[in-house]
Design a protein around this ligand. Structure first.
Ligand SMILES: [Zn+2]
Length: 404
């Protein structure tokens, strides 16, 4: 297939995923439409697919309000939080030390400053869970407040480009919470000790989502797993994160048919990289428990196809022979460069289980991970996608897999 037709394929897949479907939060109808689309494309290209059902929750909110002395404050329901309609004394907590010493029982807690500077890892998140976060969560749960109001600043490293960001984004954490801008939190700080009324019209809805795994062979010899997550955060069409990744996997389903391959290939569409419990990843880990040695290499695509800068392939723990072939492909393709290591993607799950991996992304995002304001926002839409870059990534991966 020539590059022009690949560019057209990229456009057509991305139009379906990011324009017709749009936001693909786990548990939503749109998320299931997206996995059904991927499955249909893979099957139409002759791949044998397997879907795994994931028990998840969908989440919706009709808004939130916080009022003190007749004065309204702008707040938002924390994603995946329970709703509430409560009133109580406002207590302000700026540090973990203050939280350790305060009595927060039946109060409404304003978390601001240091304690609210970094998004708290979900209670059951399997890949990243700092002890200080678990400590804050357990202090809050033991303290038994009525609700939390969290004032947050910008923190691209843990919350993408979102400002303000929900301090808690955790369907397993049952203290109702809202979040607000740090500037709004400073205004509210003056009302500590007074009674506030807090309403959050949020609901959790039990739902399903799916992983889609496709294979081109049933032999059990070592396989190459090419993966991308299909879900988005709430409130974004998820073009670069990660419509392009899914589009590249679907393009590879077609491209790889033109190669005679030494190793079987598994194409994995994961569901949950941007969701609090990473259900699709947890499912895949369980399905492959003790069998990660059957995987020769993982190639995970996340953040590819940005219209500024080059694409990058980052290598992790590659054996010499694979590394040599990767460098050969990069030498032949001036649009793709070797990237720096980074770990906020599904390739980490393979690395943690002893598999070598390559992460396919855009150089600009790796370099600006800690200061960009695009990821997880409305700005991550098709207007920032380079379809050429998307096609080049597909060609680069196909070339590499063909040479292995
Ligand atoms: Zn992503």
């Amino acid at each position: 297939m020539d590059k022009n037709s690949l560019v057209e394929k990229a456009k057509s897949h991305l139009h379906v995923l990011c324009s017709e479907i749009g936001e693909r939060r786990v548990g939503s109808v749109e998320n299931r439409k997206a996995t059904a689309y991927a499955k249909k494309v893979l099957e139409s290209l002759g791949w044998k697919t397997e879907t795994s059902e994931l028990m998840v929750i969908d989440w919706k909110s009709d808004g939130a309000s916080l009022i003190c002395n007749g004065m309204p404050f702008e707040v938002y329901s924390s994603h995946y939080s329970l709703g509430c309609s409560v009133s109580g004394e406002l207590i302000a907590i700026g540090t973990t030390k203050q939280l350790e010493q305060a009595c927060i029982r039946d109060k409404i807690v304003l978390l601001y400053g240091e304690i609210a500077s970094q998004q708290i890892a979900p209670k059951n998140f399997p890949f990243w869970n700092p002890e200080e976060h678990q400590h804050v969560v357990s202090l809050l749960e033991r303290g038994n407040p009525k609700a939390l109001a969290c004032a947050t600043e910008r923190n691209s490293a843990t919350a993408g480009g979102v400002y303000p960001f929900p301090l808690f984004e955790d369907g397993d954490f049952d203290i109702p919470s809202v979040y607000m801008k740090d500037t709004e939190g400073e205004r509210l700080l003056a009302y500590a000790g007074q009674t506030v009324e807090l309403v959050s019209k949020a609901i959790r809805i039990p739902e399903t989502a799916f992983n889609v795994i496709a294979r081109n062979s049933s032999t059990s010899s070592k396989r190459i797993v090419i993966s991308a997550h299909i879900d988005t955060k709430i409130g974004t069409p998820g073009a670069i994160d990660n419509g392009t990744g899914v589009a590249i996997v679907l393009m590879l389903a077609e491209l790889l048919k033109g190669y005679s391959l030494k190793y079987p290939v598994e194409l994995a569409i994961f569901n949950g990289e941007d969701y609090y419990g990473a259900p699709g990843q947890v499912k895949y880990l369980a399905q492959n428990d003790g069998r990660f040695n059957e995987i020769l290499l993982n190639i995970n695509i996340d953040g590819a196809g940005y219209n500024e800068g080059l694409s990058c392939f980052s290598a992790f723990d590659l054996p010499e022979s694979i590394k040599g072939k990767l460098l050969g492909v990069l030498e032949d393709m001036s649009e793709i460069t070797e990237g720096l290591p980074w770990y906020q993607g599904d390739h980490s799950m393979f690395l943690q289980n002893g598999c070598p991996a390559i992460a396919v992304s855009s150089m600009w995002f790796i370099e600006n991970m800690d200061c960009q304001d695009i990821t997880h926002t409305q700005k991550d839409n098709l207007s920032i996608v380079s379809y050429n870059r998307v096609a080049e990534c597909a060609i680069g991966i196909a070339e590499l897999v063909g040479r292995l």
